[in-house]
Ligand binder design. Sequence first.
Ligand SMILES: Nc1nc2c(c(=O)[nH]1)N[C@H]1C(S)=C(S)[C@@H](COP(=O)(O)OP(=O)(O)OC[C@H]3O[C@@H](n4cnc5c(=O)[nH]c(N)nc54)[C@H](O)[C@@H]3O)O[C@H]1N2
Ligand SMILES: Nc1nc2c(c(=O)[nH]1)N[C@H]1C(S)=C(S)[C@@H](COP(=O)(O)OP(=O)(O)OC[C@H]3O[C@@H](n4cnc5c(=O)[nH]c(N)nc54)[C@H](O)[C@@H]3O)O[C@H]1N2
Ligand SMILES: [Mo]
Length: 828
Amino acid sequence: MPPTALTTTEFSRRSLLRWSAVAGGGAALLGGCGTKEAPATPAPGAIPPKGRTVWSACVVNCGSRCPLRLQVQDGTVVRVLPDDTGDDSLLGRQIRACVRGRNMRQRIYNPDRIKKPLKRVGKRGEGKWQEISWEEAFDLFAKKLRYTIDTYGNEAIFKTYGSGVWNAHIAYSGGWKRLFNLLGGSLDYYGNYSYGQIGTCTKYHYGADDEQMSNSFEDAATNSRLLVLWGNNPQETRMSGGGNTFTSLWAHKRSDLRIVVVDPRYSDSASLLADEWIAPRPGTDAALVAGMAYVMVTENLHDQKFLDEYCSGFDEEHMPAGVPKGNSYKSYLLGEGKDRTKKTPAWASRITGVPEATIVKFARELATTKPANITQGWGPQRHANGENIARAIYTLAAMTGNVGIPGGGTGGREGYYWPVTQWFPDGDNPVEASISFYGWTDAIVRGPEMTATADGVRGVDKLSTGIKFMLSYGGNVLASQHGDVNRTKEIVSDESLCEFICVVDNQMTASAQLADLVLPDTTAAERWDLIPSEYTGDMAYLIMGEKAVEPLFDSKPAYDMCTEIAKRMGVEKEFTEGRTLEGWARHMQAETVKEHPDFPDFETLRKKGVHRYQNPDGLTVALKEFREDPKKNPLATPSGKIEIFSSDLWELAKTWTFRDPLPGDEITALPVHLDTWEGAVEARSNEKYPLQVIGHHFKGRTHSTYGNLAYNREAHPQKAWMNSLDAADRGIKNGDRILVFNDRGRLTVPVMVTPRIMPGVVSVPQGAWLERGPDGTDHGGVVNILTSQHPTPLSKGNAQHTVLAQVQLATDVPDGVGRPTPRAGSPV
Ligand SMILES: Nc1nc2c(c(=O)[nH]1)N[C@H]1C(S)=C(S)[C@@H](COP(=O)(O)OP(=O)(O)OC[C@H]3O[C@@H](n4cnc5c(=O)[nH]c(N)nc54)[C@H](O)[C@@H]3O)O[C@H]1N2
Ligand SMILES: Nc1nc2c(c(=O)[nH]1)N[C@H]1C(S)=C(S)[C@@H](COP(=O)(O)OP(=O)(O)OC[C@H]3O[C@@H](n4cnc5c(=O)[nH]c(N)nc54)[C@H](O)[C@@H]3O)O[C@H]1N2
Ligand SMILES: [Mo]
């Protein structure tokens, strides 16, 4: 953490004034609620003279989970310390927080904290607010909820995806779904922005309802000879010392384990771990797989025995009944299928940009080095027809016979152990309809037109209403994280469509600026909770989340908000079951003991901070039982086998239709490569927008969370990555501010000119804070200004890494944009 940055006190005083002036509430915001000054940090090494140390955690969705020891003095958090339990062993390691979590004080005491309930007074999105009392806020929420149910029915209520509070046992739900369920339910969503495509297609390939996770990195570090990180960047996306940043480094320590990274970017994982970097053009992995598979088949390197026994659809001898000849994967590879094209390395090279010789060498290495673990991240599947891409990578694991054995893997993401623990009970949702997580903007505009076969509506044949009441809790999708920010803004701003929007957050985000009612939540340091580990491999744990300090300003935990609203809706008793928030934390501790008899009592847990579970299996080897006995332990696919040719998708393809279809909008039974809209092949012929833009998940933030913290912004400034050749073509130098644009929007951002990204590709790290200029151009570097809402064919999900755009030097940039100071209140 840089010692030279403004002290927290200095920047907060300045920015508070600025914030209150812009937010329109004026002095009232400062005066009315009692401003809490951000406390100064004690000198390094100084121990607070009096006070206590309390266990808390960072609860954002980076996919890891870090305990934080908060030193509290006079009711203020004065220092954040990391875990001091555990050791340096693989399964007992200390769970040291990354720099984001270590900087938690800047989030707790941030000038952007929402201090009182705010009611919109101007037009939606205009940024004019009036402070109101909690009583008024609860009455307004309850009135709008009652009106929506009476007028449109419960299907008109929608809680958006939000990952700001992820998997804390109580605050994850916050109580909102339980409240809605008690009142007749709400429209649900399925899938998520993280792994929407792989999470849906896996049912057809492996028979699993979610992604088919692979072996753990602990297993890879112990048993693999080759580890392929395929669009997987654990050094940046799993930065907790408890998570895969540590275990993948552990794997790297083994000199007899080779690590290959497949990524258009030379990511931090490539730089820290890889023996070899292979760079395909974004969205072309299914072609790279086909080229490699062609080499394996023609050189007879594939595991025919495994394919015969465990898979369906690899060759013509193993096809479901009734499917015409030429539809197996092998026929596709050998040019004996519909397209009559051999998937030679030369063919794959033309599409992917990977040299032919590299494809051949990589195929041979993968087929002959055993066991090998291919772990795909979620970058490859966040593309147009990402479903086929994910299934193609799965297929390589089967062709090499690596599924279900130590050191091998399924081709999915690295596995983990998650013990059964107790969650705050949401109850059952009486509304049967659900939409894709990505379909909510469409459901606002044209809900009643949305159907099962054209829009992926589930539970009913079609929706009965559009979304009229929307709650965003711990999310920033209204203005930043969903595709096509400009279209989203237009839809969300239309007060005649969705009639009421409430945002519950602890920072004044761009999404909050689009609400009718903004409710100030606490941070994790101001409430009780129990907090589980997440993607932490075979080391699972639970962290005590103690209320370290009283809620700041006039904030309240979401549970307390829901309780008050439940009271007004006549369901308080059913909602609380007589428990306070702390009461629920104690109750869940007691329930957890029933599952895990050695789980500590509440007071012991407060002292101990972190409870570690033993994984009964030792190391996670996915689909072990299936491998051992596929007859006794079949998969839940129609054939009971891995369906490289999916018979269900074969049928689905005949009945599903597409609205405004674009190239690549196809459901195929085989995981074939398709040239898609705004894909690598189109880029070559598109003179207006020749560059592919992706938006990698970035170490300075978790999405937009932590993106308004001065230290984080200084340590990890927002920069687009661009190849030196593309920059030279455009007269762009390292550090210049560039304009990135397409027909959907425009952003400016400083550029890092580098050979660490392949030519033709630009990456704008996703999740920056929006900074609109007068003409609507964003100067914060929000990549979703450029992305599309066009859904993927099967999951109706987010192709947010599929974008074509153009870049030039930026001009007319307003003064002061992108400074390492928070800017809450800037126009949305
Ligand atoms: N272009 C592009 N877009 C993407 C992605 C991409 O790769 N490319 N990735 C997608 C993915 S995988 C995801 S998961 C989504 C994430 O999208 P979001 O879930 O919207 O993630 P954040 O932007 O971090 O928003 C979380 C919000 O929660 C708030 N928050 C934090 N703590 C608390 C709390 O204790 N209480 C409350 N009430 N709020 C809190 C934060 O202040 C923040 O505003 O973005 C998606 N968007
Ligand atoms: N620091 C930090 N950590 C995070 C998050 C964060 O915002 N910040 N977000 C968290 C969340 S919610 C999620 S879902 C995960 C996201 O985890 P991922 O989805 O795995 O992360 P991405 O950065 O989108 O993609 C991983 C890598 O894939 C590459 N990639 C993009 N397109 C392609 C492609 O077509 N082919 C190939 N082979 N590679 C491609 C990217 O360059 C990137 O290095 O990370 C989590 N961890
Ligand atoms: Mo995610």
